[in-house]
Design a protein around this ligand. Sequence first.
Ligand code: SF4
Length: 237
Amino acid sequence: MRTTPSDLAELDRQVTECRACPRLVAWREEVGRVKRAAFADQTYWARPVPGFGPPDAALAIVGLAPAAHGANRTGRMFTGDRSGDVLYAALHAVGLASQPTAVHRDDGLTLFGTRITAPVRCAPPANKPTPVERDTCRPWLTQELALLRPTLRAIVVLGAFGWQSLLPALSATAWRIPRPTPRFAHATHVELAATDTGPTLHLLGCYHVSQQNTFTGKLTPAMLEAVLRQAKAVAGL
Ligand code: SF4
């Protein structure tokens, strides 16, 4: 039986061993066996992807799930795909990342006060986890938020799926979700009161950095950097 992790390093280790969702376990491993031709000489990670960033982060970025040939290949959030190219370039532009590119797990990239995570840790077919898979994975996110609680001041949520997945985890951790429930929108900003004695949490919405959004201009680098700058400021970074 799994023990409750005492720190983020232990949580990250435990999550990489999870096999709770049969469909996602089969898919992530099949993708890792079949591979994309361009990566045929590489060994895919093909496991759940842990959060990336320091354990005392003041800012979190919550996406959707690992990409089949991105994080599911490299083992690090948003690393090795076009979505990550956009995200890390923006993080570097606003001073939250040490370099603008994320190619593989050992490329030297460091995040400053920022941790990137996701409500679903295994690559799903067509980037669409089922509601059951989302709910099955939520305890990992809730535990991560609880461990980040002492320092966490702001979260940027990339897309409506992440937003809807995150709210119950926030509620289960230390923050009150107002009624009516805040809806996802790009550049929306909500401040959540704490249910413990700690500080409030700033929640900011941002369109997802998917190619569907960035190739069409729905999300431009300037729009993304504006949200990240605002999040950095309210997080005190
Ligand atoms: Fe485990 Fe989450 Fe992956 Fe499901 S999606 S197998 S709960 S890590």
